[in-house]
Design a protein around this ligand. Structure first.
Ligand SMILES: [Zn+2]
Length: 213
């Protein structure tokens, strides 16, 4: 199996060559040299949200786009390598607040099927290992919505108010870390929080890979 996988990877590399986002050399999405020299733009932390990168950082944005829209899972691997050493503040938050579970802001099941994966779920699984707390899929999207990146902010905000999430499980822990790939206006995340905690009694913290636009 490993041999077959290696051969398939070689074929894929010939058919779909990757180029470094930073220096354009052929090989990986971010070459070894640029991995070392990439000093990401970091967003200002807030009480509402912890994020590792500013979405304005072209490399962070390029990697997230390649992952989500070109379905290139190697982009997520590179992001993980860069996120891992930056998890200190999140680890402190988890410990200080006694966070019990990580909840991904899930995609609609149809979109998940089209994409072949759910980026928030993968992020939740990654963080679950790193932070040593369980990931739980507690949210269901009510219906598929159009590609978020292509839509206007107020359209998105209205839609999120009308069609939020449904709870997939009965018991929601008291202290949660909600995770998503990007925080743009916060409307998706806020809709998810309303579903998880309609009475506003729980402690819901948020982590996204990137913040901004
Ligand atoms: Zn490079």
């Amino acid at each position: 199996m490993r041999v077959i996988k290696k051969i398939l990877n070689k074929i894929a590399a010939v058919l779909f060559p990757r180029f470094c986002i930073r220096c354009n050399v052929e090989g990986e999405l971010l070459c070894d040299v640029c991995k070392v020299f990439w000093v990401p733009v970091v967003p200002e932390p807030t009480a509402e949200l912890t994020a590792t990168f500013a979405y304005a950082d072209p490399i962070a944005r390029g990697l997230i786009t390649a992952w989500k829209y070109s379905y290139d899972l190697s982009a997520f691997k590179i992001l993980q390598q860069k996120i891992r050493p930056e998890l200190g503040p999140l680890k402190q938050l988890v410990e200080k607040e006694g966070i019990q579970a990580i909840v991904p802001v899930s995609l609609h099941h149809r979109r998940r099927l089209e994409r072949g994966f759910d980026q928030s779920e993968l992020l939740a699984e990654f963080l679950s290992v790193e932070l040593n707390i369980p990931a739980r899929n507690l949210l269901l999207r009510n219906r598929a919505t159009g590609k978020q990146a292509e839509r206007k902010d107020d359209e998105r905000a209205t839609e999120m108010q009308q069609t939020p999430f449904q709870l997939a499980g009965l018991s929601v822990p008291e202290r949660l870390l909600l995770v998503d790939d990007v925080w743009t206006t916060g409307s998706t995340v806020r809709a998810a929080i309303r579903a998880l905690d309609p009475e506003g009694r729980k402690d819901v913290f948020v982590y996204t890979i990137a913040k901004g636009r």
